[in-house]
Design a protein around this ligand. Structure first.
Ligand code: M6R
Length: 606
């Protein structure tokens, strides 16, 4: 969602801000703005549209020297997409940018109105700026401390005070902020992608702590004014990982990065052909003590959970349920100390997943998170963490983060089965060896793009289509459907193949595309019957099947087969095919694959 960058130092701040906002474009936004100090005054430039539009407007100030400023990409929540609603917002001597939602902004606005103060925008953020300004006499730290007592909701703020040139103040509750002090100056942002240009070492601003950035240093104090030393973190990727590197889109680059991401995620966790979480500090007692698992996540991460459920239940016979994180809290979930709640999140910042995790902890459940972003909120708040090592995922559509989440789910299932003794060690060794082969298998499958691209072109004019599958293939259908929808804007639905005839088959008429996944031998015959049902009603069938599948030529219009692989691991191959279908369909429709409309990479509001 909203992207944040702040810089104060000895190089041109405008340039740092604009470059930072470009790096943050992937988060999804509809307008952008920057504010910077020129002598003792703050200048603000805003634009609806892209950062390039903002850049055009900022060019008017190309001869203006500035060493300190803040920048923002806005994903509208309160108030339409207008320049007035665009950040930064100014009230009196306060100029501020914000990621999050101030829930009590209406009451605060009423209090301010009683004092004769009226906002000019429709945003909750301007109200926050007004509250801080209202608390401000001459000491920024005092004003922030006083103001945040009044604010309810999630926020990450960067604030400049007109009478404190060269300083940026930051505070956060929920929404992330990372920062680093370098020889060029101090820089702070909503995520590492904007910081990596300056340093691989950084810290996450602790919640409810204030950072004061000057050109020389960053000082952190808690709300009781105690100075705090931050915990430094290090990322092992670099600028190149955050660039397209010759690919047209990040999505395609990230699809191609899957073999490496999988290798980095799987290899360090295999010792003597067995899954091993010792380096992740996860004790076997976590698994031996529990009698049920709940997996909770959103979107694609939740779909990885569906595959994980299947693997864990098959191998351990321990019941697993998968809950959409945004629903979890409202279902009055049954939680106790023998329940393990697994949260899955690429960003580690998804507000609903974080809230579900907090509820699980409050109710005494054990918690384990599968997260890609180091030091993110979900990682920090979980009892145990298994990091996926996918590197930065920039495209809004999740690809490599999904397959590495699957890999971690498989490792959990194997280790859990070992601890429970539900399958023999020989079987675990066999499964583990198969998993180790997955990066190579995925590498092999990547070359199928040449056959997928022409098939995707056939979907160009489609208005609506269906994905069908059974068992693991049904879980994959859900993922195939969300991927296609988000990047191609074609309506699609995922259906359990056997369920279609209970209502939805009425929508299957001549040439309605049906993407049928039939990679699982145990349900293959039943899938064939289901495919015949849609075929006989005129569907255009694209079938994805295992290497040995005997498929009658009349059954489908297009057949895509996987290279030979044990059925249990077929999802890794089918996922790549589904990602390609989504990607090439969106390309055929001339869309910006990396930044689909209305979507944000990391959904930090509930
Ligand atoms: O960062 P998270 O994994 O928690 O994000 C969850 C979903 O928002 C995310 O997977 C979303 O569904 C993707 N854009 C789908 O490609």
């Amino acid at each position: 969602m909203c992207g944040i960058i702040g810089f104060t130092g000895n190089i041109d701040a405008k340039e740092v801000l604009l470059q930072g906002l470009k790096a943050l474009e992937y988060r999804g936004y509809d307008s952008a703005g920057i504010s910077f100090f020129t002598d003792d005054k703050i200048t603000t430039v805003k634009a609806v549209g892209k950062v390039s539009d903002l850049e055009g407007k900022a060019a008017l100030f190309s001869n203006t020297s500035t060493k300190c400023g803040i920048g923002h990409t806005r994903w509208a929540t309160h108030g339409g997409v207008t320049e007035t609603n665009c950040h930064p917002h100014k009230s009196g001597r306060v100029t501020l940018i914000h990621n999050g939602i101030i829930e009590n902004y209406k009451e605060l606005a009423e209090e301010l109105a009683e004092k004769g103060k009226q906002p000019i925008s429709q945003t909750d953020t301007e109200i926050a700026a007004m509250v801080i300004d209202d608390c401000y006499k001459s000491n920024p730290l005092k004003a922030i401390r006083k103001a945040v007592k009044k604010l309810q909701g999630a926020y990450a703020f960067l604030i400049m005070f007109e009478d404190h040139p060269g300083s940026i103040y930051a505070i956060r509750n929920g929404s992330p902020l990372v920062a680093t002090a370098t020889k060029e100056g101090s820089v702070i942002a909503s995520d590492m992608v904007a910081l990596i240009k300056y340093s691989k070492d950084y810290f996450v601003l602790p919640e409810h702590h204030i950072a004061q950035l000057t050109s020389k240093s960053i000082k952190i104090t808690d709300l009781d004014q105690n100075e705090v030393e931050p915990d430094m973190l290090h990322v092992n990727w670099d600028m190149a990982a955050a660039r397209k590197g010759g690919y047209d889109y990040f999505m395609l680059k990230e699809i191609h990065e899957q073999p490496e991401a999988l290798r980095n995620t799987i290899s360090p966790r295999i010792k003597n052909n067995m899954p091993d979480f010792a380096a992740d500090a996860i004790p076997d007692s976590l698994f031996s003590d529990l009698n049920r698992i709940i997996i909770t996540a959103c979107g694609t991460a939740m779909h990885a959970g569906l595959i994980g459920k299947n693997m864990i239940e098959t191998l351990t016979r321990v019941p697993v349920s998968v809950d959409i994180a945004s629903e979890f809290r409202y279902q009055n979930p049954i939680l106790d100390k023998r329940t393990l709640v697994i949260t899955i999140s690429q960003s580690g910042e998804t507000a609903d997943t974080l809230a579900a995790l907090r509820l699980a902890r409050e109710n005494g459940a054990r918690t384990l998170s599968i997260v890609n972003v180091k030091g993110s909120s979900i990682a920090r708040e979980s009892e145990y963490v298994l990091y996926t090592h996918a590197g930065p995922e920039i495209a809004v559509a999740s690809t490599k983060a999904y397959t590495v989440q699957l890999a971690v789910m498989y490792l959990i299932a194997f280790r859990f089965a070992f601890v429970k003794g539900t399958i023999s060690n020989n079987e675990i060794v066999k499964l583990t060896k198969e998993l180790e082969k997955i990066p190579g298998f995925v590498n092999e499958i990547l070359s199928c793009d040449t056959s997928i691209e022409p098939i995707s072109k056939k979907l160009l004019k489609t208005e609506s289509l269906f994905f069908i599958g059974r068992g693991l293939d049904y879980a994959l259908s859900c993922e195939g459907s969300i991927k296609l929808k988000e990047v191609s804007y074609i309506h699609s639905e995922a259906y359990a193949a056997g369920e279609l005839k209970h209502g939805t088959i009425s929508l299957i008429t001549d040439n309605v595309p049906v993407i049928a996944l039939a990679t699982q031998e145990n349900v293959f015959a039943k899938m064939i019957s289901n495919i015949r049902e849609v075929r006989s009603r005129g569907a255009m069938v694209i079938m994805i099947a295992g290497a040995d599948a005997q498929v009658d030529a009349s059954l489908c219009d297009h057949l895509i087969t996987l290279p030979p692989i044990d059925d249990a691991f077929a999802p890794f191959g089918a996922a790549i095919i589904l990602q390609y279908i989504a990607y090439y369909t969106a390309i055929a429709r001339g869309l910006n694959v990396d930044q689909p409309r209305n979507l944000a990479k990391s959904v930090t509001v509930e």
